[in-house]
Design a protein around this ligand. Structure first.
Ligand code: PMP
Length: 316
């Protein structure tokens, strides 16, 4: 069913030596699902959170990075000396940089200049090259810049294009979705996740609807284009990702940045879960869903930990 976290069982003889450097790549996925025992929800409702910061690069985006790179290697688009290039608000970049380091693929990233310094430093630690786009243009400015760079030097760069790459969605159809189904023993009724590239929501949503058509899928986004919740897009005012499929979700919940921050702080102090602000947004939305139900099993996806937001000083 699911790949084991450590690869072959301890002590088991391996048929052939694993390719050099794959170790960390094989530890992506199979993240825990937690209860929130201190959160008040109706008696018949269970609210569970998928702890994606347990991935080795620290976020849900390790899954997409792994799928995108492995797909490109299979198709001969990488592994020929070309550099993977993409725009990212940080987490996908860290995933690319980590997987690229492990598999010997050079990585270049375009990030808006205002992304938190922890993300930039972490990607650099893995050896990635970072270029900065105009902070005022947000993630869309980074998309425009990477398109230009890739068009100017097609011999040097392979544009991974996470916003339009089907492997991003497939990562969640083949790993995150099945994990949630297995971990809830098929009891999941609602899935709640934020929209960035939309890979997580579309991939998990499609899988759940296929295996359990009654599943309700809830998309979370910032209340308007001025509300910044790192990692999330306000679709109505953004460059809409090619992989986005609005027919997957049944409901959309708009979250104010202030409410996301409050919930993020509450999760650290009351549940001992030190998560990022898009996680706070997902739980804030999941609570609204929970309080509208009499029974159900809600899974909210928490993309990353609070580590990369310490420099924002929002936890003080
Ligand atoms: N939260 C954070 C912190 C992220 O970095 C991202 C990715 N941009 C998301 C949520 C959204 O994930 P996805 O790209 O799969 O929609």
């Amino acid at each position: 069913m699911q790949a084991s976290i450590v690869g072959p069982a301890a002590g088991a003889p391996t048929a052939a030596p694993a390719p050099l450097g794959r170790g960390v790549v094989d530890s992506i996925g199979n993240t825990p699902l937690f209860r929130l025992p201190h959160l008040a929800v109706p008696a018949g409702v269970q609210l569970l959170v998928k702890a994606e910061w347990y991935n080795p690069g620290g976020s849900v985006k390790d899954r997409a990075a792994k799928y995108i790179i492995e797909d490109a290697l299979r198709r001969g688009l990488l592994g020929n000396g070309r550099t993977l290039i993409d725009s990212t608000s940080g987490n996908t970049g860290i995933g690319y940089a980590m997987v690229g380091a492990a598999l010997g693929i050079p990585v270049a990233l375009v990030m808006p200049e205002n992304v938190s310094s922890e993300r930039i430093q972490r990607a650099r630690a893995y050896g990635a090259t970072i270029m900065f786009s105009d902070p005022l243009e947000g993630s869309d400015g980074a998309i425009r810049m990477v398109r230009q760079l890739a068009a100017d030097r097609p011999d040097a760069y392979w544009y991974a294009n996470q916003y339009n790459n089907a492997a991003n969605v497939r990562a969640h159809m083949e790993t995150t979705g099945p994990e949630i189904m297995a971990q809830t023993e098929g009891r999941v009724t609602h899935f709640v996740a934020g929209l960035g590239t939309s890979g997580t929501l579309v991939g998990v949503g499609r899988y759940l609807k296929r295996v359990k058509p009654s599943s309700r899928i809830v998309a979370v986004e910032p209340a308007d284009e001025l509300q910044v919740i790192e990692g999330l897009k306000h679709m109505a005012s953004a460059i809409v990702p090619g992989i986005y499929d609005p027919s997957v979700h049944n409901e959309q919940i708009a979250v104010e940045a202030e409410d996301a921050w409050q919930m993020t702080r509450w999760l650290a102090r009351s549940e001992g879960l030190f998560v990022g602000f898009s996680s706070g947004a997902a739980v804030h939305a999941a609570v609204q869903v929970a309080r509208s139900l009499r029974e159900g099993v809600i899974v909210a996806l928490l993309p990353d930990s609070g580590d990369k937001y310490l420099s924002t000083r929002l936890f003080e």
